[in-house]
Design a protein around this ligand. Structure first.
Ligand code: 9UX
Length: 72
């Protein structure tokens, strides 16, 4: 089913950073939408929980070079 998760992201310093995080998230099978707020250091991700787990989202952000923490 469709779930929404908020993620804290540490280490983004410019809008190219947030764009690359958004692209990394959108590349995951199961992600419906990904919106990264640079100034708030947060991402909101809507995803299909039958295809993807919260930890996959966290790992994709970390693979893109940033620290990530699932908030809720
Ligand atoms: Mo530019 Mo954002 O190198 O890291 S993409 S500061």
């Amino acid at each position: 089913s469709e779930e929404k998760v908020e993620v804290k992201i540490v280490g983004m310093t410019c809008s190219a950073c947030s764009t690359s995080v958004e692209k990394a998230l959108m590349r995951l099978t199961g992600v419906r939408s990904a919106s990264v707020a640079l100034l708030q250091n947060k991402a909101e991700v809507i995803y299909d929980s039958s295809l993807l787990k919260e930890d996959d989202i966290k790992e994709a952000i970390e693979d893109a070079g940033f620290d990530a923490e699932i908030l809720a």
